[in-house]
Design a protein around this ligand. Sequence first.
Ligand code: BDR
Ligand code: CA
Length: 366
Amino acid sequence: MSSYFSDISRRSFLGCSAGALVATSFPFAHSLAAAPAPRRIILDCDTGVDDAIAILLALRSPELKVEAVTAVSGNVPLALTLPNTLRMVEIAGRSDVPVAGGAALPLVRQLITASYVHGENGLGGAEFPEPKLKPFGETAVQLIGRIVRSNPGEITIVGVGPLTNVALALKSDPLLAQQIKEIVVMGGSLTGGNITPSAEFNFYVDPEAARIVFDSGVPVTMVGLNVTQKVLLGEQQISMLESAKTPVSQAAAKILRSTIEHIGKGRGITAKTMAMHDPLTVAHLIDPTILTLKDYYVQIETSGEFSAGESVAYEYPRARASAPMSVGSAGPEVRAADVKPNAKVAVAVDPDKFFNLLMPRLTAAS
Ligand code: BDR
Ligand code: CA
């Protein structure tokens, strides 16, 4: 593990982060250039352990203005991801942020969950009281559509679960795509899957939804397993969270400790770390230097018998479809000359930079 842990302190956080710039510059605002306006996001989650940490990170980051958090089925069914999302928003002290429930099932497939990682309750078995916060009076699709339409070109959608809600929003209004600033997704991989050899979990659960998103014409950023599996949180960070004794740090520590024990039990091993897939995706929006992005042409496999949900990523401008059948219709040909990059794909990550951002945000007193 890197040395980031010993390097950071609240002081260094306050000294370095843009959040601190906002906070500490206020009394001298007249003499400093204005801080950039926060990036406006809707966070769509299948909460989920790493989703929970991603929600806490987003809501504790002044560089982001979280307009809504929406829930979808994935790691566990919607009946659990929605209350888990409400809990996290409440624990972050941000009950002002609307939370809406969305799709209970993928577009055309049966729901496959990941309770083997996230526990039966989606929070690694860590128990929390029922949330007091209630879901907003609109569905996720209605809420996403309304916020985007009222703020054309302003809203980034951050999808860290199966993309069912996002795809349904795009399908429900053909004009919506051109009003979304960007869609940033945790999903896919340049280096093979985590639920099948081909597919990453979020795209495996709803490949058709992922395909709609990549084909939508909205600028897409894909943060896949090839980078997220390099940001591994373990004992060092959990102890740090436990010592901080704030509601956010205590909740995060409780979820993470319980999950690592749960993963180990399920496999008959002592698990030591857990990848911070979703928090890394949120962190990219706070500090874009954590990830290196490259232009790709990405297609999502939807018809493969064994490979549905695979992100077939061509380093632009190369592209080639499967060989046409010798009988029947050959189908459309894909030629390099015809394709345009449709996504920026994360190809490298600086794990130290990521943890130097994440930990102070989760442990700061307020
Ligand atoms: C993704 O799948 C989920 O289990 C995680 O929350 C993450 O979004 C990683 O494949
Ligand atoms: Ca997730």
